[in-house]
Design a protein around this ligand. Structure first.
Ligand code: SF4
Length: 406
């Protein structure tokens, strides 16, 4: 039976609720011209899906993403030929566009590939579960301590040259753990759990630190939002215990496509970002990579972490609504969407509208049939016929010197 809360037990101190996100303090890690962590705005990144051997296609893909706001672009390097192709990609980007912060994704047993590509990109991403890849043995029932240590030594041996190369070039490393590809010995020791993911990252971090290398970004992705949320929270907890301050790259892997893919990514990212956890994000959609960037910005804008567009506040409309709200919101948005930084409210009626505009800079509020009122902050400025509403709103913004031509 469910027990009811004891009404005599009232808290003695009132909790305080802050509405600003306090970001976790992390060390700054430079990736080309962009800095991840260190209090810098949360960085947006994505990945091209062109084959890296297709030089022109890759250059075009990187440029397309960068032009719409992707600040770091990732490419995959499954072979040595792909790693070498990055030299040409980088050179063509410089010659035909501009330098773009690039990350190369290295997979199975990728030490030699990583060493080559580290010469051409700003950051290398390795997956601890694959970097030293041992084929799982079907008959294995345990890992002895000495077997565990033996593989640990092999990891150190293969990671060292890469770490030294990145350290000496002032470049960065992402230790990118994936729930779906944990190393077998981690699975045996810690299970298929956030603990296994965190320990896997820590093993690599400790090798880096022993070589005095700390340009590290961490990710602990999973395709289930609650698993990734738990893994990142545990990672932060362990880092706090160990005095580590590495920035975090957040993402839900294989989120899928369409509306659900976007909701699933948001469900994973938002709780962490709200807690101040996360220095760079990627939304992984099964769609063209360009589609990921607006989702990243919307999540960051909704949480007040970055302001890259106008913030529209609009009521859902109800029986009191005095005009076609959907249509008017669309018209207002079309006319003002380039005024980045402003908050504009479109509210259906004067009864609740002005009070619920959430401190918008300007308000467009239904006044009486056929008329709307324009507000500057909480102050009602003028009543105008509805068909003049958008034009008068623009005039009001212009009179405040806050208008820019689209
Ligand atoms: S602001 Fe007015 S019209 Fe809009 S939902 Fe509230 S009561 Fe209804």
């Amino acid at each position: 039976m469910q027990t009811l809360p004891n009404p005599t037990k009232t808290p003695t101190t009132e909790p305080t609720f802050d509405t600003t996100i306090k970001r976790r303090k992390t060390r700054p890690v430079k990736v080309g011209s962009v800095t991840i962590g260190g209090g810098y705005p949360v960085v947006v990144q994505s990945m091209i899906n062109e084959d890296t051997l297709d030089i022109d296609g890759s250059v075009a893909g990187i440029r397309r993403l960068h032009e719409i706001g992707c600040e770091i672009v990732r490419v995959t390097v499954p072979s040595m030929a792909h790693a070498k192709a990055l030299a040409e990609i980088k050179q063509k980007l410089h010659a035909t566009y501009q330098p773009v912060p690039l990350v190369a994704d290295v997979h199975h047993n990728g030490m030699k590939i990583a060493l080559e590509v580290a010469k051409h990109v700003d950051k290398v991403r390795i997956n601890p579960g694959l970097y030293v890849f041992e084929k799982p043995k079907a008959d294995r029932s345990e890992y002895t301590d000495s077997e565990f240590a033996e593989i640990g030594a092999k990891i150190r041996e293969t990671l060292e040259p890469l770490v030294i190369s990145l350290r000496d070039q002032g470049k960065a490393l992402r230790i990118g753990v994936n729930h779906g590809s944990l190393a077998e010995r981690m699975l045996f020791t810690y299970g298929d759990t956030p603990e296994g993911m965190v320990e896997s990252a820590l093993e690599f971090i400790k090798i880096c630190e022993s070589l005095d290398f700390r340009n590290i970004v961490l990710s602990l992705k999973a395709s289930r939002a609650p698993v990734m949320v738990a893994a990142y929270r545990l990672m932060v907890h362990r880092m706090d215990e160990l005095g580590m301050d590495y920035p975090l790259h957040l993402g839900v892997t294989e989120a899928g496509d369409g509306e659900y893919g976007r909701i699933k990514s948001t469900a994973g990212l938002a709780p962490l970002l709200t807690d101040g956890i996360g220095d760079t994000i990627r939304v992984s959609l099964t769609e063209a990579p360009e589609k990921e960037i607006p989702v990243c910005y919307s999540i960051l804008q909704a949480l007040g972490l970055r302001k890259t567009m106008v913030e529209y506040v609009a009521c859902p409309s109800c029986g009191r609504t005095l005009f076609n709200l959907e249509e008017v919101l669309h018209k207002v948005r079309e006319a003002t969407k380039h005024l980045t930084g402003l908050d504009i409210a479109v509210m259906g009626c004067i009864v609740n509208g002005p009070g619920e505009m959430a401190d918008a800079d300007y308000g467009y509020v239904g006044k009486q049939p056929g008329y709307i009122s324009l507000y500057r902050g909480r102050e009602e400025i003028k009543k105008v016929p509805e068909d003049r509403g958008v034009a008068e709103l623009i005039d009001l913004i212009k009179s405040d010197d806050r208008w820019v031509e689209p």
